[in-house]
Write a protein that binds this ligand. Structure first.
Ligand code: PMP
Length: 348
């Protein structure tokens, strides 16, 4: 049967994002937090039954913007919220990329980046990462691409770009930088203030990782007001629902000390896990995030073996530069004990 419609040309090679992991006992596959959820957010969620769900939330995520601005040391007009940082990344490309422009990104990086670029009629150009898994900032600049995307820390390595490299990027990028700081709380050294000052960089961040609130779907972008307003146009109203807005705004107001504790615990657990895996012959890339990339001879085989033991991890077969690796979310000690025991059983 012929249909009167056809997909947009830009979508022809795109695939729907699906996670392969079904229900599993221990899920270490998506870098969400196993160190708890922001307590003030949980209190807001519990209290939400008494609110009025018949009403829309604020169109432009007002209370959340104010809370974030206070935390980050910027102004509310420097911040725009969305349905996860996925949403604000997509909206940034749609708002600020002219169809046909190039978007340079590190390869490998967050899988949705080239997807959103193509969906917004940009031409994605992968630039191989450095040997340590951090983005090659000079390589990204050398493409001359109008839009440059940098994740720091990068995914899947967990490695952050050096401060000098990000300085060069902010100084020399021809038009626009999208700096993805989804994991920056674990690394420190956020560049939101530099992005705002530069006027040509947007930083995207999220409540999905350190705050332990991935299920609420709240992300945000920070930048100069003129850029933020364009992103808001592309995003549309009401993308952060009322429950998510209340909960995330409460977290950012009241749970900053709690967050510092999570960061400390994750860093400690990460280095402990890397050390234990190294002691049984598995090397991993240095990480500044809440996950590690472990080199294995056969990533799909190793992931399948771990899954049979009830542990989900993300396999990256033959990742550019980095080779076969498993990306594994850092977890509290009892879970890491099980993980290390499962690694001992992997066929070598
Ligand atoms: N950026 C990076 C680098 C990520 O790894 C992720 C999630 N895995 C995201 C952005 C998107 O996260 P969210 O939409 O949950 O904010």
């Amino acid at each position: 049967m012929t249909t009167p419609w056809r997909p947009r040309d830009d979508y022809r090679n795109l695939k729907v994002y699906r996670t392969e992991a079904g229900p599993v006992e221990i899920d270490l596959s998506d870098n969400t937090s196993l160190f708890g959820s922001a307590p003030s957010a949980l209190a807001e969620i519990a209290a939400f039954a008494h609110q009025r769900p018949a009403r829309y939330p604020s169109a432009g995520t007002g209370p959340l913007r104010e809370g974030l601005a206070d935390w980050l040391g910027v102004r509310p007009e420097n911040v725009v919220g969305g349905c996860g940082s996925n949403d604000v990344l997509d909206a940034s490309m749609r708002a600020l990329g002219e169809p046909g422009w190039r978007l340079a990104f590190p390869a490998p990086t967050f899988v949705m980046t080239p997807h959103f670029a193509a969906a917004n009629s940009l031409r994605p150009i992968g630039v191989p990462v450095l040997a340590d898994g951090a983005a090659d900032v000079d390589g990204l600049l050398a493409t001359g691409a109008e839009l440059i995307y940098l994740a720091s820390p990068n995914n899947p390595s967990g490695k952050a770009a050096s401060a000098d490299a990000i300085d060069r990027l902010l100084e020399r990028a021809p038009r626009l930088v999208i700096l993805d700081e989804a994991y920056v709380e674990f690394a420190g050294g956020s560049r939101v203030l530099d992005a705002v000052a530069s006027g040509r960089a947007v930083v995207t961040r999220t409540f999905s990782k350190v705050w332990g609130l991935a299920g609420l779907r709240v992300g945000y972008a920070v930048g100069a007001p003129a850029l933020i307003e364009e992103i808001e146009k592309a995003r549309g109203p009401y993308k952060v629902n009322a429950l998510a807005e209340r909960a995330s705004a409460a977290a950012v107001r009241h749970d900053r000390q709690w967050l510092a504790g999570v960061v400390r615990d994750v860093r400690e657990a990460r280095e402990e896990l890397r050390g234990r895996l190294a002691s049984i012959g598995y090397s991993s890339f240095g990480s500044d995030a809440n996950f590690i990339a472990v080199s294995v001879p056969d990533a799909p085989g190793a992931a399948a073996a771990l899954a049979r033991g009830g542990i989900a991890v993300r396999a990256f077969p033959n990742a550019p530069v980095l080779g076969d690796l498993l990306r594994i979310t850092v977890a509290p000690a009892p879970i890491c004990d099980r993980l290390v025991a499962a690694f001992r059983e992997l066929p070598r």
